[in-house]
Design a protein around this ligand. Structure first.
Ligand SMILES: NC(=O)c1ccc[n+]([C@@H]2O[C@H](COP(=O)([O-])OP(=O)(O)OC[C@H]3O[C@@H](n4cnc5c(N)ncnc54)[C@H](OP(=O)(O)O)[C@@H]3O)[C@@H](O)[C@H]2O)c1
Length: 292
């Protein structure tokens, strides 16, 4: 395993296991298998409704708690100081642990600066080892880095071969923020798992297109958290540290970046944001309460 050292000295594995869209009733079994395969970073979120399954798998595993890096994320309906603070305690209860390694603001919506202060306080109280953000665009990240008491350690954004996010990456490098890729496989879009360029590179190394995508992102210094519910794929996605892409391979990978790619989740698309603030926040039972 390779690691990134965060801006507060905490070490974060560069390859993790994501559980977005993993059904709550399957999560314990999936995470148990991922731990057996060797994953030591598990990426969950309040909105995934499966923190309990992650916690159950951790408790049943032989792997010591301190060897597993757990990430969770504060959902939009908890985006102010009081709600975020209470939700951190709820996350700890659901995970059955007294600290999480990394807590992120899931979306930069609502009173996210209040929620960020709640994460800072939880960090000082030892409930969180490192704090960060997700879906945070460069100008917001710069603002947080310059004005927050504890600057964010990580920014988790959609990143894959067709959306390499070079500008955001350079900004993060300059600010000392680790770039973490969500949907490193683009959730299979653009035929990623059989993509001719990725497959051709893979054939030279005896690897699959998916493994090439992960390896290339890792070589760019990006943390990856692929999701799968299948053990054989967990093993495949984990086997990316026994080969290296050369300069020609990386040039071919970089040429796949496509500025016209339609993001899986576009934060500048008003219907998408309306859906999230309306439907999803309601579902999470914000009720009539205001966040501001
Ligand atoms: N911060 C955010 O807003 C945000 C948003 C989205 C995701 N995330 C995080 O990032 C993680 C990864 O992103 P993601 O789950 O959206 O997408 P992803 O990892 O890019 O792709 C997952 C898809 O690829 C399939 N797959 C995985 N390995 C495969 C393989 N070796 N061969 C063929 N198919 C394979 C999976 O199917 P099977 O499961 O059927 O194998 C699933 O359909 C999430 O689980 C979550 O932790 C964060």
């Amino acid at each position: 395993m390779e690691f990134k050292t965060l801006n507060n000295g905490v070490k974060m594995p560069m390859l993790g296991y994501g559980v977005y869209q993993t059904p709550p009733e399957e999560t314990e079994s999936c995470v148990s298998q991922a731990l057996e395969v060797g994953y030591r970073l598990i990426d969950t979120a309040q909105a995934y409704d499966n923190e309990e399954g992650v916690g159950a798998a951790m408790r049943k595993s032989d792997v010591p708690r301190e060897e597993v890096f757990i990430t969770s994320k504060i959902w939009v309906s908890n985006m102010n100081y009081e709600r975020a603070a209470a939700s951190i305690d709820e996350t700890l209860r659901k995970l059955g642990t007294d600290y999480v390694d990394l807590m992120l603001l899931h979306q930069m919506m609502g009173d996210y600066t209040g929620a960020y202060r709640a994460m800072e306080d939880a960090c000082k109280a030892g409930k969180i080892r490192a704090i960060g953000v997700s879906n945070c665009y460069p100008e917001r990240l710069l603002d947080l880095c310059m004005l927050a008491e504890i600057p964010p350690a990580v920014n988790q954004i959609e990143t894959h071969p067709f959306l390499q996010e070079n500008v955001a990456h350079a900004n993060m490098e300059e600010l000392g923020v680790v770039h973490e890729a969500w949907a490193p496989f683009a959730e299979g879009r653009n035929n990623l798992f059989a993509h001719p360029v990725l497959s051709e590179i893979g054939a030279k190394h005896g690897k699959t297109a998916g493994q090439v995508a992960l390896r290339a992102l890792l070589q760019e210094g990006i943390v990856v958290i692929p999701k799968t519910v299948h053990r054989v794929r967990m093993e495949e996605n984990f086997a990316v540290f026994d080969f290296a892409l050369n300069a020609d391979d990386m040039a071919a990978f970089r040429a796949l970046d496509d500025l016209s790619f339609k993001r899986i989740f576009d934060h500048h698309d008003l219907p998408t944001i309306k859906w999230m603030l309306g439907d999803l926040v309601k579902k999470q039972q914000l009720g009539g309460a205001a966040l501001y």
